[in-house]
Design a protein around this ligand. Structure first.
Ligand code: GLU
Ligand code: MG
Length: 453
């Protein structure tokens, strides 16, 4: 089962030993993209790398197994070895799940790898960069939780320097940890909600980026906790503030030369994007609703996908299925320099293995069928009325998790990407999540109706 050779493992083991590493983690994700693992003393690294660690899938969300089934085995990827910056005695590995010696059909990481094999066979590398927006809060005796800094109260806190400096301690520790891992952070700032931040770092191939985002959420939580705070990757913690996106910045490169195939010097549409890039966009727009079920995967995600309701005026989140130039009111944006496509209909609770697989599959369909997305929207899409959007042939993104799951279930692309087992599991799990929410009677309803009627 192992992909790493005995020599490679032995070399890694002695390097880790000399760095003082004592334990190794065979880690993988559940349906939410949350890390699950067993810890193994370094003396057992060789066994672990050969798949010794077994897990009962039925104990987890969306690792579809009956309790009577044989356990799944985690097969760590040697390339993903990451010593925890906040605890250098432990090394983490992203793993693929196997069942009875065969790849486990519903393993999130393997689902992405199946799509990546397809992109490789077409001669492309799928490159991906994620803008990580998230909140760091302190527990508050009176309000439950709030920003770390008591000065972080501006109605328009975007790029606020005071708020940034007041969070300097944990934030620079996080950035230094990211750079220690070679992620190349190039900028970080205070985002548009109180207590909200963003770190931006170099893009990579999609598998590496998915491993990194998974690890990033874990690491941010641990570092914030060491400072007495907590990090939240909930997409929309406050009704009146902007939510946390996880914009996917995507491009295809030539697998041989590494040349970016979305770049174009002379683009008649003025966005510095190649025909291949436009075809990719058209495929993503075609499957936008099903993609949204995976890139915006929670009940709470859909409270982010609105126009207004943020103290600073707008939410900067997409509402309509359309694309444009360097214009944040579109679902898909082509940033000023061109050469890449940014999907804004994604939030930070995304399971990136599944989200990247879905969006890549849709983009490839656009390329294989040579679809054309029409001209880019350069106008403020938020200003359109519904009849005007109808006249333009522009549809809305799903308004709720229920709408998204319905679209996911109906779209043949979903099962083609996920495989029958994860497709069914995803639909059932997310529908149940919606039902639980929908049948809950909220405070808003009691306030509004209990004594009114
Ligand atoms: N926080 C916004 C969102 O929910 C995005 C802000 C930005 O453009 O960086 O997508
Ligand atoms: Mg941002």
């Amino acid at each position: 089962m192992s992909t790493a050779t005995v020599t490679e493992i032995a070399t890694l083991k002695s390097a880790l030993e000399s760095q003082g590493v004592k334990y190794a983690l065979a880690s993988y994700v559940d349906i939410h993209g949350m890390s699950k693992a067993k810890m193994v003393p370094l003396s057992h690294l060789e066994h672990m790398m050969q798949g010794s660690e077994l897990f009962t899938g039925a104990a987890l969300d969306g690792v579809p197994q009956a309790i009577s089934d044989e356990e799944v085995a985690a097969l760590p990827d040697l390339q993903s070895a990451t010593v925890l910056p906040w605890n250098q005695e432990v090394v983490w590995f992203a793993s693929d799940l196997y069942l009875a010696g065969q790849p486990f059909e519903a393993c999130c990481r393997s689902i992405l790898q199946r799509m990546l094999e397809k992109v490789t066979s077409l001669g492309f590398t799928f490159n991906l960069g994620i803008e990580t927006e998230f909140f760091v809060f302190r527990e508050d005796e009176f309000q439950g939780f709030g920003p770390v800094s008591d000065r972080d109260t501006l109605a328009k806190p975007c790029y606020d320097l005071t708020g940034l400096l007041d969070n300097y301690g944990w934030l620079t520790e996080l950035v230094e940890a990211m750079n220690q891992l070679g992620w190349d952070v190039y900028s970080f700032d205070h985002e548009d909600a109180n207590g909200q931040f963003e770190t931006d770092f170099a893009y990579t191939d999609a598998l590496t980026m998915s491993d990194r985002l998974t690890f990033f959420r874990l690491m941010t939580k641990e570092i914030a906790r060491q400072h007495g705070y907590f990090a939240s990757f909930m997409p929309k913690p406050f009704a009146n503030k902007t939510g946390s996106g996880a914009h996917y910045n995507m491009s295809l490169a030539d697998i041989q030369t590494g040349r970016n195939l979305f770049e174009a010097a002379d683009d008649p549409r003025g966005c510095h994007l190649s025909t291949l890039g436009y075809q990719f966009i058209a495929g993503v727009l075609r499957h936008a609703k099903a993609i949204c079920a995976v890139t915006c995967p929670t009940v709470n995600s859909y409270k982010r996908l609105i126009r207004k309701g943020s103290l600073s005026g707008f939410t900067w989140a997409p509402v309509y299925i359309c694309y444009g130039n360097n214009n944040r009111t579109n679902m898909l944006r082509i940033p000023l320099a061109g050469g890449r496509v940014e999907c804004r209909a994604a939030d930070i609770s995304t399971n990136l293995y599944l989200g990247a697989a879905m969006i890549l599959a849709a983009g490839l369909e656009g390329i294989q069928q040579a679809l054309d997305p029409g001209d880019p929207h350069t106008e403020n899409m938020y200003n359109y009325t519904l009849p005007e959007l109808d006249a333009l042939g522009i549809d809305l993104l799903p308004r709720t998790l229920q709408e998204a799951i319905d679209a996911f279930e109906r779209d043949p692309l979903s099962e083609a990407v996920m495989g029958p087992l994860m497709y069914r599991t995803y639909v059932d799990f997310k529908r149940q999540e919606w039902e639980e929410y929908h049948t809950h009677i909220s405070d808003w309803e009691y306030q509004r109706y209990l004594k009114f009627f």
